[in-house]
Structure formats: structure tokens, C-alpha cells
Design a protein around this ligand. Structure first.
Ligand SMILES: Nc1ncnc2c1ncn2[C@@H]1O[C@H](COP(=O)(O)OP(=O)(O)OP(=O)(O)O)[C@@H](O)[C@H]1O
Length: 266
């Protein structure tokens, strides 16, 4: 069931999603005594409008890859192209939602969501989008609250609203639902898929939750232990809404567990 807010957030002026090309990306952090290689020969493409879930062992380099796509730092070697042009820094067409979002403590929830539109000069149409984004994440009743009055999960939902209000062409999600209780999480997964289907933005999602990847994504990329290399690239060719009992998804789940070295115990 698509909510009215999700329907309105489906921006009529939204261009199609962004294409990404990862061309032999290597990345290492400079530690005091040695370099720490984190990404090794990352090479894959993302077509406009794809929803790609990134899975891999903890600490393998997934968040680092997202930071490079967001333009927050350049790769040590190789290139990431957006629509054929190298990414050289942050851009409003690529929005990121981190697991621990930073909200401005002196601004209300609504004013935190309004940051992007304010930078463009707050228009009347923006006001409706802000209201719709808050409704989509279920926080209309908290518009006037301040960040210290929110739970961790609510803060994550504010960050999601703040990203969606900007009409992104690429949505970069780093465990954005990790702090939500399971019911809110399932509801937000559904809302996000509906919105993505209608708006057409490209989505990269880092998650530790195999079910979430199988429920939401059109494709799953599995990384090795650090330094992360692409271990598997698997399309999920199943219609929405998806059901846990779908035999193909059950099989895929088993395959992903094997790839991640996790025994299936139940
Ligand atoms: N700024 C930094 N300086 C030095 N090392 C870093 C920096 N950022 C991350 N690292 C290291 O790089 C490695 C990869 O970190 P990253 O956060 O990308 O992993 P991840 O796969 O997202 O982990 P998780 O799934 O646990 O969130 C880790 O060993 C981390 O300690």
C-alpha cells in the first residue's frame, strides 16, 4: 500500500536515476606505521534506477565505498564515474543517510528536514515536500520537537526525510534503518521501495540484514573480508511486493549465507 505522502514525494521534476561506474577502485587509509588497504580492485556498474544492496563482513570497507561515492573523499586509485563523469566532491544530486545521522540540536525536526530546500531558497512547493517527507517517515507529530527529544530510530527517520526531500538522483543508505524497531523497520522498508519504484532514483544500500536486501534490492553485491573485493554480484529478479516464502528468495538467502560464511541454523 503506497502512502499518500510517498505518492506526492514522487517528484514530477525528478530526472532519472544516476548511472555509476566503479573503475578499478582501490582505497587505503594511512595509519601511523603503514597503509591499511580497505578496497581492492572494485569494478562494477550500476544502471540508472537500480537498487543495489551491498553486503559483506563487518569492517570490510562498505561504508568507505559509500563515502567515496558521496564524494566525501577521493579513492587512492581508480575512478568512480557518475553518468560518465568522475565524481570530484559532494553534490546535492547524491544524498547520503548514515546510521548515526548528525542533526542540528538547536533546530526543530522540521527545520532539520528543511536544510536542503532552505539552501535553494524555501519555496511553497518545498513546504509541501517537507510535510510529505515527515509524513512518510511517520514523524508529522514531531515536526516541532528537538533532536534531544527523539529516540535513535526517530533520528534516523528524520535523516531519511531530510535526504528524500532533496529529490535525489542517487540515494546512498548506510544502515539507515538499523536502529528502528522491527515493525517500524518493515514499514519503512515498504515505504522506501514504493518511493524508489515511483521516483526512479538509483539506490545503494549497505545493510547487515540479508532479509532486508532480499526484500528491497534488485541486485546484491557481496564483498570479501577487508580489503573488500567483489565476491559475488547477484540479480534479484523477483516482483514486488516480495514474500519471505518465495522459493527463489529462500534459495538466494541460503546462497548469501554461504557466501558470507554463515551457517544456516534455523
Ligand atoms: N578514517 C579512517 N582512518 C583509518 N581507518 C579507517 C577509517 N575509516 C575506516 N577505517 C577502517 O577501514 C576499515 C573499513 O571500515 P568501513 O567502515 O568501511 O567498514 P564497513 O564494512 O562499513 O564496516 P561495518 O559493516 O562494521 O560498518 C575498518 O578496518 C576501519 O577501521
Amino acid at each position: 500500500m503506497v502512502s499518500a505522502a510517498a505518492r506526492r514525494l514522487d517528484a514530477p521534476d525528478n530526472a532519472e536515476g544516476m548511472r555509476l561506474d566503479f573503475l578499478g577502485v582501490n582505497h587505503a587509509f594511512a595509519l601511523e606505521d603503514r597503509p591499511l588497504p580497505v578496497l581492492e580492485q572494485i569494478r562494477f556498474n550500476v544502471e540508472p534506477g537500480e537498487f543495489v544492496a551491498l553486503l559483506g563482513p563487518s569492517g570490510c570497507g562498505k561504508s568507505t565505498l559509500l563515502r567515496l561515492v558521496a564524494g566525501l573523499e577521493p579513492p587512492t586509485q581508480g575512478q568512480i564515474l557518475e553518468d560518465g563523469r568522475p565524481i570530484t566532491g559532494p553534490d546535492p544530486s547524491r544524498v547520503v543517510v548514515f546510521q548515526d545521522p548528525t542533526l542540528f540540536p538547536w533546530r526543530t525536526v522540521r527545520d532539520n528536514v528543511a536544510l536542503g530546500p532552505e539552501a535553494q531558497g524555501l519555496l511553497k512547493s518545498h513546504r509541501t515536500r517537507i510535510d510529505d517527507a515527515l509524513a512518510l517517515v511517520g514523524l508529522s507529530g514531531f515536526a516541532k520537537a528537538y533532536p534531544h527529544q527523539l529516540s535513535g530510530g526517530m533520528a534516523q527517520r528524520v535523516a531519511l526525510a531530510r535526504a528524500l526531500v532533496n529529490d535525489p538522483r542517487l540515494l546512498i543508505l548506510d544502515e539507515p534503518l538499523g536502529k528502528l524497531d522491527s515493525l517500524t523497520r518493515i514499514s519503512m522498508q515498504g515505504e522506501l521501495v514504493e518511493l524508489w519504484q515511483r521516483s526512479g532514483f538509483t539506490t545503494l544500500l549497505v545493510t547487515h540484514d540479508i532479509e532486508e536486501a532480499l526484500f528491497m534490492a534488485t541486485r546484491v553485491i557481496v564483498f570479501s573480508e577487508r580489503p573488500a573485493r567483489v565476491k559475488a554480484d547477484i540479480p534479484i529478479d523477483r516482483p514486488y511486493p516480495r514474500h519471505r516464502g518465495d522459493p527463489k528468495l529462500v534459495e538466494l538467502r541460503r546462497h548469501l549465507l554461504e557466501l558470507l560464511g554463515l551457517a544456516q541454523t534455523w
